[in-house]
Design a protein around this ligand. Structure first.
Ligand SMILES: Cc1ncc(C[n+]2csc(CCOP(=O)(O)OP(=O)(O)O)c2C)c(N)n1
Ligand SMILES: [Mg+2]
Length: 892
């Protein structure tokens, strides 16, 4: 009985559904889709009022966004492009297989490019424009693990030799090789952007697209027509950096930005979302964030089936399957797909009854169908008002058949046996004979072949080769010395922090006629912390929209001024985003031929420690510019405590090879360093960048000491700031101080002289890192030139002839001064280092310097202890009293 009723209801449902759909068809045909949309929206409101709960969904059905009828005609020769793509596939595979055959464990990836080939090739043949004299070109971030495909194409283009291919991942071989992944540092004429650390390329691409706008809005460069493409993995989207800034892109209406996410549903270990659906998940997130989403799920083979699917049964079935199951279908036979996918409903089975199992197995996915990919790119470059993300479904290891297609292990697949190679060759029609196959030779058709001619002609039409990194920029002269004169003179007794000095210097640079417009101040919501709010008014905060509101502080002098030609990038609370802007601005000399000079100022603890991998990418990118760690120093920043007090960043600067780090104490040091930085990076075009720490402790800044070696000393890492007054004393000491702690060394100098008759010289150590590298370079040279007169490290030269006690005090960890102790004259290892190892505390400066034992008393104590003269007891008894009263706490 029940069954009969439900059957009736089912029939009724069907009739009703058909009536509604017919009505909708009528509206679409007579009045167009716009009217249909209005009606649907009104229906939604009406239903909600009537108490019908409409579930929120940001998703569209699991089908292509662009319907067949809207596909543009494919402009090229599909047949030749397929041949070219097959050759790229073969050479990419061959380079990895050969590299691993020769050197097991050398690595490389086959399956990522195998899934991305069509996505790349359609771009290369039809979209990616190169930068040349007439056009700024497009900016393309290639998925790092797909590099073999990019190299293989460059081989066909004749830009990379066979020897290079043979030396993939063997860069140190004679003749050179190819770097594993995109690294501008290693291949500066080829790669533009390092992308292999997952998540960095999406965030860098977003801020790059925004920076293009900034250049345009500020009249520095016309970039409007150029697009930023980022090719990303679906697994990669789990990195917080990948999606963390997507609302910036939509808020800023970055319609110059296109993400192409290669949704092969797999990452390294297995499925990205075995029990879910990554494409639908990403669609919802990106649509919710205001992006245009174009899904490219099904290839043309599915079009006739979908055309028959009037009731939406097939679409419904497509939407039911989770990704782990899709992956299973991809590895199974056509019979399995028929039984398990179409078999869910007799009408679906009916739909495919004319297709053989073989045909079912070969139903192509959207990301492997040039027609579908072309349609998506064609739409993407034309969309206005919002960024576009293309979600392209592919199969990981496509074409590898039994040896890896869709398998969980495919990411790691690096070797193929002869049989597997033969199958691959046959599938893609590579003209390599059975005799040769075991050798896995590279294959490039003759220059006059249709393939090579077609490919060259396409690239010519698009302005040249991509990727290619071309530096075509005029160098700029460093600012004149006069500009810095006031800083060389000191503050004449007035107390100021190095942060205040820096802001004054920056304001002055911004006013400079020649350089001012090139300066890009970047700040993650800390401008007031650093006293930079005066710059808001002076140069404005960049906003593409201008200022659409009356600022609450409009009546004040320093109001919050946003402007379309504003200069400051006020990024909000995102050090990662700010660092990405820094990279975009600091590499604009290469990307755009514009010498922008970024000054990125941030809470120093949230710099190298927080976004260290982006700093590494900046180094690899040959980025120029100044990073400024504000509120630096573990004991100089009072009150803030454990999370904020930075005693680490200078140590973290050590490993970044081209990052030059300074911890300046005085205005003149800062000025000398910044001038030299501009000279080296923008006049000499050296590929280095700078990290300077700035403090918030106020003190008077002395004038620069007399002497022609002072500037050189500041830059090389140390100079004698104040010699002992009593040069005749037998008790000699050398106190090294840096940053704000230099003042403690100066106080100790007085204390030691007055109370204990010790004559101590005070040295300002502006950079342990510079000293360390100099020492190492010299040691290495000496090792390699045993027969020649040994060279002497700069620090040893500085201290030549000096003896006595050496004590270093720093607001950073002791490892910094320890790193140079081996080069002290006559006393290898004889340096006593005082530093701030351990977690910070919230208290005032005096208490913190006592707690970390870096103040003038401890500097004196260390000196005297070494000189076998004991005031130790005095300091210690004071300490003991405090301990008893419970103040001093634990000392890590
Ligand atoms: C930050 C970071 N973590 C881990 C890796 C190691 N890794 C390289 S590729 C990969 C999987 C990539 O999966 P997906 O993004 O889906 O790309 P696919 O190869 O599937 O196209 C992993 C984990 C990396 N390169 N970077
Ligand atoms: Mg993947």
């Amino acid at each position: 009985m029940n069954g009969a009723v439900s059957k009736e209801i089912l029939e009724l449902d069907e009739v009703e559904t058909r009536e509604w759909l017919d009505s909708l068809d009528y509206v679409i045909n007579r009045r167009g889709p716009e009217r249909a949309r209005e009606l649907l929206a009104q229906l939604g409101v009406y239903a909600q009022r009537a108490g019908v709960k409409i579930p929120f969904t940001a998703n569209t059905p699991y089908i292509n966004t662009i319907p067949v009828e809207r596909q543009p005609v494919y402009p090229g020769s599909r047949e030749i492009e397929r041949r070219i793509k097959s050759l790229v596939r073969w050479n990419a595979l061959a380079m990895v297989v050969r590299a691993n055959r020769e050197e097991s464990g050398i690595g490389g990836h086959i399956s990522t490019y195998a899934s991305a080939a069509t996505l790349f090739e359609v771009g290369f043949n039809h979209f990616f424009r190169a930068r040349n004299a007439n056009h700024d070109g497009d900016i393309v971030y290639f998925q790092g693990h797909a590099s073999p495909g990019v190299y293989a194409r460059a081989f066909l283009e004749g830009r990379v030799s066979e020897e290079h291919l043979r030396n993939f991942r063997r860069e140190l071989r004679p003749g050179g090789g190819l770097s594993s992944y995109p690294h501008p540092w290693l291949m500066p004429d080829f790669w533009e952007f390092p992308t292999v650390s997952m998540g960095l390329s999406p965030i860098m691409a977003i801020y790059q697209a925004r920076f293009n706008r900034y250049l345009e809005d500020r009249g520095l460069k016309e970039t409007n027509d150029s697009k930023v493409w980022a090719f990303l993995g679906d697994g990669e989207m789990d990195e917080p950096e990948s999606m963390g800034s997507i609302t910036l892109a939509s808020r800023e209406r970055l319609d110059n930005l296109i993400f192409v996410i290669n949704c092969n549903l797999q990452r390294l270990d297995g499925p990205v979302r075995g029990n879910g659906n990554i494409i639908q998940e990403l669609e919802a997130a990106f649509r919710g964030a205001g992006w245009n989403v174009i899904k490219v799920i099904w290839g043309s083979d599915w079009d006739p089936l979908l055309a028959q699917d009037r009731e939406g049964l097939l679409v419904k079935r497509m939407g039911e399957i989770v990704d782990g199951q899709w992956q299973k279908y991809a590895t199974e036979s056509g019979a399995y797909v028929r039984e398990h996918f179409f078999g869910a409903n007799p009408r679906l089975l009916e739909m495919v009854k004319g297709l053989s199992d073989e045909q079912l197995k070969k139903l192509r996915l959207g990301g492997h169908d040039p027609q579908k990919v072309y349609a998506a790119y064609h739409a993407a470059v034309r969309r206005r008002g919002a960024p576009v993300v293309i979600l392209a479904r592919t199969i990981k290891g496509y074409g590898l058949g039994e040896s890896g297609e869709g398998k969980n292990v495919t990411h790691q697949q690096k070797k193929l046996n002869e049989d597997e190679l033969r199958q691959f060759r046959a599938r893609f029609g590579i003209p390599i004979s059975d005799d040769e196959i075991a050798e896995t030779p590279f294959y490039r058709p003759p220059e006059n072949s249709r393939e090579i001619q077609y490919l060259q002609e396409r690239r010519q039409k698009l302005g040249g080769y991509v990727p290619s990194r071309v530096v075509a920029v005029e160098s700029i002269r460093a600012p004149e010395e006069e500009m810095f004169a006031e800083f060389y003179e000191g503050t004449r007794g007035r107390e100021a922090s190095t942060t205040m000095v820096f802001v004054r210097l920056l304001a002055k640079l911004l006013r400079d006629e020649r350089l001012g417009k090139l300066i890009v101040p970047i700040v993650p919501d800390e401008a007031r912390t650093f006293g930079m709010e005066s710059l808001f008014r002076q140069v404005g905060i960049y906003s593409h929209a201008g200022q659409l509101y009356e600022p609450v502080d409009a009546a004040t002098l320093l109001y919050y001024k946003e402007a379309k030609n504003g200069q400051i990038l006020e990024e909000g609370i995102t050090e990662a985003g700010s660092m990405s802007s820094f990279i975009a601005a600091g590499t604009a000399y290469a990307t755009h031929g514009v010498n922008t000079i970024p000054f990125f100022i941030f809470y120093s603890m949230f710099g190298l420690q927080r976004v260290g991998d982006l700093v590494w990418a900046a180094g690899d990118s040959r980025c120029h510019g100044f990073m400024l760690g504000g509120t630096a120093g573990r004991t100089t920043l009072p009150g803030e405590g454990l999370q904020h007090q930075d005693g680490n960043s200078h140590l973290l600067a050590y490993p970044v090879p081209n990052l030059i780090a300074y911890d300046p104490a005085f205005a003149f040091e800062l000025a000398v360093i910044i001038r030299e930085g501009i000279r080296r990076m923008y006049e000499k075009q050296e590929d280095v960048f700078y990290y300077l720490t700035l403090m918030n402790e106020n003190y008077a800044h002395p004038p620069m000491p007399e002497g022609d070696k002072i500037k050189e000393g500041i830059l090389k890492g140390m100079y004698r700031f104040k010699a002992a007054e009593d040069g005749r004393s037998e008790l000699r000491a050398h106190l090294f101080g840096s940053g704000a702690i230099l003042n403690e060394a100066l106080k100790a100098q007085d204390l030691l002289a007055e109370k204990y008759g010790v004559a101590a010289d005070v040295w300002s150590v502006t950079s342990y890192k510079e000293l360390y590298h100099d020492g190492n370079d010299v040691e290495r040279w000496n090792m390699l030139h045993p027969a020649e007169k040994p060279r002497t490290p700069y620090i040893t030269q500085c201290l030549a002839g000096d003896d006595g006690v050496f004590v270093a005090a720093t607001d950073y960890v002791k490892a910094l001064p320890d790193s140079i102790s081996q080069w002290l004259p006559g006393r290898p290892g004889g340096l006593i280092s005082l530093g701030t190892d351990g977690f910070g505390r919230s208290d005032n400066r005096a208490a913190l310097r006592d707690f970390f034992e870096v103040d003038h008393r401890f500097i004196s104590l260390a000196t005297l202890g070494e000189s076998q003269i004991g005031i130790a007891s005095e300091v210690w008894s004071e300490r003991a009293r405090e301990r008893e009263s419970g103040r001093a706490g634990d000392k890590e």
